[in-house]
Design a protein around this ligand. Structure first.
Ligand SMILES: NC(=O)c1ccc[n+]([C@@H]2O[C@H](COP(=O)([O-])OP(=O)(O)OC[C@H]3O[C@@H](n4cnc5c(N)ncnc54)[C@H](OP(=O)(O)O)[C@@H]3O)[C@@H](O)[C@H]2O)c1
Length: 333
């Protein structure tokens, strides 16, 4: 830890000062919390900036109900202190590591955290590419896990950061996949070789069924649209990754949708943060597998678009308009 500021190690953080537009972001300097017990300190070199960060900044993210938090769920960095647990996991000082946080806070230069959140980044995978994967990849993998043994799977927003990965993982698992994508996004996902239905078409659920040759067994959806059910067979599984279909209503829709899903036999809520918090070894296996697939080239990942953390405002603006297949990445050095 070298960022000395008046004697103690310090870190730079990108914080949401109030809910609102890009101007709500502030950069602040604060002390690095010393590690406790088997915690470690990571010098963050890259962190992704995606849809959830924008939603949280605007105040629509149910898991961040009050401003004042540091954005960012995933990161890549270098281990600057090791612990008995990190060593047991094969992670020593200097190791290149990636991870997802159970709560936001990755848009910073240093993290103090449990070593069990970390996996090694494979050699040959550059950090800016690696960092587009942890949150979205773990979400996609978990969503498919919740879809059980569904054979035909609808992936809503197949051109999106989560959707593109979910579509590929589902195909790899031998499932039949149909995706939705608007015309602006089609080119970005045409290479996946799955049928793509325009979600703006009035008959899109029927078109999904037609493309799959029958009703879908499961859907992975981030919109919360009741019309998703029309594409599903009776008692088909509906996995919710978000309830983001009505701009400005996301928080209320999440609360309502989550409550309804909790008592439903067919709806499931996929939360990567909860998964990371509660199933640590499984999460690490999943993330390590995703990084290995990206390193080998068998998993197509979003193209990173780097911005220095010190230009977080430009990064947020760019994320608001990111082209399909691209992901904004904050760089810390
Ligand atoms: N549950 C979790 O743990 C978790 C983790 C990560 C992200 N998320 C959430 O998941 C959602 C998606 O995240 P992301 O990073 O993949 O976002 P993203 O990259 O912005 O992708 C969203 C996609 O949805 C498509 N879309 C827009 N309107 C649609 C509609 N009505 N029907 C179907 N598709 C539509 C968009 O493309 P086109 O309109 O061009 O087709 C876009 O490709 C966000 O709300 C995010 O907060 C949840």
């Amino acid at each position: 830890m070298t960022e000395l500021d008046g004697g103690g190690p310090s870190r730079l953080v990108a914080r949401v000062s109030r809910f609102g537009d890009v101007g709500a972001m502030v950069l602040a300097r604060e002390p690095v919390r010393p590690p406790r017990g088997t915690e470690v300190v990571v010098r963050v070199t890259h962190a992704s900036l995606g849809a959830t960060d924008l939603l949280a900044r605007r105040g629509g993210y149910a898991l961040q109900p009050a401003p004042g938090f540091v954005t960012g769920y995933d990161f890549v960095g270098e281990l600057v202190t090791e612990s008995a647990v990190s060593v047991a996991l094969g992670l020593r000082e200097g190791a290149r590591v990636a991870g997802v946080l159970p709560r936001m806070g990755a848009h910073t230069t240093f993290l103090t955290l449990p070593a069990t959140l970390l996996v090694a980044v494979p050699d040959g995978l550059d950090p800016a590419s690696a960092v587009v994967l942890p949150l979205d990849g773990v979400t996609a993998a978990r969503a498919l896990q919740l879809a059980g043994d569904a054979r035909r799977v609808l992936v809503q927003g197949a051109s999106g950061a989560v959707g593109m990965l979910a579509a590929q993982l589902a195909q790899e698992q031998g499932r039949t996949v149909v995706g939705t994508a608007s015309p602006r996004s089609r080119d970005a996902v045409a290479g996946l070789g799955i049928p793509l239905i325009d979600h703006r078409d009035a008959d899109w659920p029927a078109l999904v069924r037609e493309a799959a040759g029958g009703a879908m067994d499961a859907a992975i959806d981030h919109t919360g649209s009741p019309r998703v059910r029309e594409a599903l067979r009776e008692r088909g599984i509906l996995v919710h990754t978000a309830f983001a279909g009505r701009a400005g209503h996301e928080r209320a829709d999440t609360v309502r949708g989550g409550a309804a899903a909790a008592v439903s036999r067919t709806d499931r809520v996929c939360s990567a943060p909860l998964y990371v918090a509660t199933r640590r070894p499984e999460y690490r296996r999943v993330l390590a597998g995703l990084l290995a697939s990206a390193a080998s080239g068998s998993l197509r990942i979003a193209e990173p678009v780097p911005f220095p953390l010190t230009e977080v405002w430009d990064a947020h603006r760019a994320a608001e308009e990111a082209a399909p297949g691209r992901k904004i990445v904050l760089t810390m050095r």
